[in-house]
Design a protein around this ligand. Structure first.
Ligand code: F0G
Length: 462
């Protein structure tokens, strides 16, 4: 017998209150936050979909591990446990612990990068791109062609364009390629998965040209779910073995443990080449910490080791992917334009299509995140021209390719009734949609402006 209701495969042992608020209060709050949800206080938020990073609820086993943490400076038992766990999963012999993903990026890409070097990815995450560009190197995105159609059923829109990869390596010269980075799932590309066939093809091209192949694997368990259920030949392989097969294709990986290791802080770099690992270890000691803790406490390492096991459990992954799809499919059925199919960790709403009367210069995505907050106390993030827009020499906005809003879902945090509440908020979003106004920026920093920019609402024409 099977039931259509998929329940959360956990009971709740410890709870954290949500502070309810009225719409009037929220209108005042968002005004005080200069219409930028990053500037809200978390206690003013009812449902926080700002990110799935570092926001997971840990299990009772992980909390038990926190107490067991061995805080010795060198050779801690918690390190030995974590190292063994990562080696077992990735088959990489050299493991470098870091305080989060971008620290591992800075170490590896800082070492491999520099002026004249080129990095190629299905899509670089923004910290990945920033670390590469900061070294003076260039970061090129080559997502597959199927990713451009946001409505088709194509299951692996996170794939890399293999023909372009081969051509780019030939054109730029293999010696100038810092690394090829396959991000699974492809966060910036809509949280879409990458197929094993695509990872194999990337590995083949990289090995033929003798170019380093790195997996950005922070959501690899979620990616494995899609492979098992959508790619021929993996139905009877375990999620963990699917991930292992993918790790075997690469020369190493970078992981932000804040995602699929189900912890609030942590990361690592894992490598197969001894001399590359030695160079990175020097940088690790200078900037993160000694080799057996990196930037982490023993208790953090203990929690990561446990989380890396739990995340591949069948019941967990089934709940995780189906609950994200539940939100996405229901919003879509209401007529809200979303990137399709729904990815693993988030639902991406196309605010440009939802608010066709708001031009890119008036930031339709920012307007939607403000509406979500005012109507329902939901916090989401704009991934459009506020985040990626640039100015030309005359100061005109060069808009981002799309005006998206990401609803990123923390792991094991919200229940189905929270999600049903979000669906009701979207009913109100639809009712109001023609009246929503755009915003203009009143204050912005030079870099990463989305975090701190101030906005004001554009008054309605009479
Ligand atoms: N790579 C990917 C694909 C990511 O999504 C992130 C973080 C990182 C690397 C960097 O890891 O935050 O531990 O330094 N993504 C978060 C997000 C911030 O909201 O998507 P980190």
């Amino acid at each position: 017998m099977t039931f259509k209701t998929i329940i959360e495969p956990f009971r709740i042992k410890s709870v954290e209150p949500i502070h309810m608020s009225t719409a009037e209060t929220r209108v005042q709050n968002i005004q005080n936050a200069h219409f930028n949800p990053f500037l809200l206080h978390s206690r003013q938020v009812i449902i926080d979909f700002l990110t799935d990073s570092g926001t997971s609820a840990m299990s009772s086993e992980q909390w038990a591990g926190i107490l067991r943490g061995d805080e010795s400076y060198a050779g801690a038992e918690s390190w030995e446990r974590l190292e063994a766990e990562i080696k077992d999963l990735t088959h990489c012999p050299f493991i470098l612990p870091t305080h989060q993903g971008r620290a591992a990026e800075r170490i590896l890409y800082g070492h491999l990068g520099g002026p004249g070097k080129v990095f190629i990815s299905n899509t670089h995450f923004d910290t990945t791109r920033a670390n590469i560009e900061f070294s003076g190197a260039e970061a090129l995105d080559i997502p597959c062609e199927e990713s451009l159609d946001h409505n088709s059923d194509y299951p692996f829109k996170g794939n890399m364009d293999i023909r372009q990869l081969d051509r780019l390596i030939t054109d730029r010269g293999a010696a100038n390629i810092g690394a090829v980075i396959l991000t699974v799932t492809n966060n910036t590309g809509g949280g879409q998965p990458v197929s094993m066939a695509n990872a194999k093809a990337v590995a083949e091209v990289c090995h033929r040209h003798k170019v380093l192949f790195i997996l950005d694997c922070c959501r690899i368990a979620e990616n494995s779910y899609f492979i098992k259920h959508k790619e021929e030949g993996y139905q009877s392989t375990s999620y963990r073995d699917i991930a292992r097969e993918m790790f075997d294709l690469a020369d190493g990986c970078i992981m932000s443990a804040k995602k699929d290791a189900l912890v609030n802080i942590g990361g690592f770099l894992a490598l197969k080449d001894e001399s590359l690992a030695a160079a990175c270890t020097n940088l690790l000691i200078i900037t993160e910490g000694y080799t057996t803790y990196g930037g982490l406490a023993g208790r953090d390492m203990e929690a990561i080791a446990i989380g890396l096991r739990e995340v591949f459990e069948d019941d967990y992954l089934n709940y995780r992917i189906k609950s994200t799809a539940y939100l996405g499919e229901h919003i879509r059925q209401k007529g809200i334009p979303v990137l399709y199919p729904i990815g693993g960790h988030a639902v991406y709403v196309d605010a440009g299509k939802l608010y066709p009367h708001i031009p890119a210069e008036e930031y339709p995505g920012q307007a939607l995140v403000c509406e979500l907050y005012k109507i329902g106390g939901i916090r989401a993030v704009e991934i459009g021209s506020v985040m990626f827009g640039k100015y030309d020499d005359e100061g005109n906005l060069i808009p981002a390719p799309m005006e998206l809003v990401r609803l990123a879902i923390p792991r094991r945090v919200y229940t189905q009734s929270h999600i049903d509440y979000v669906l009701e908020v979207f009913d109100e979003i639809l009712k109001n949609k023609d009246k929503v106004r755009g915003l203009r920026i009143t204050k912005e920093p030079k870099f990463l402006r989305h975090f701190t920019a101030h906005f004001e609402e554009i008054p309605q024409e009479k």
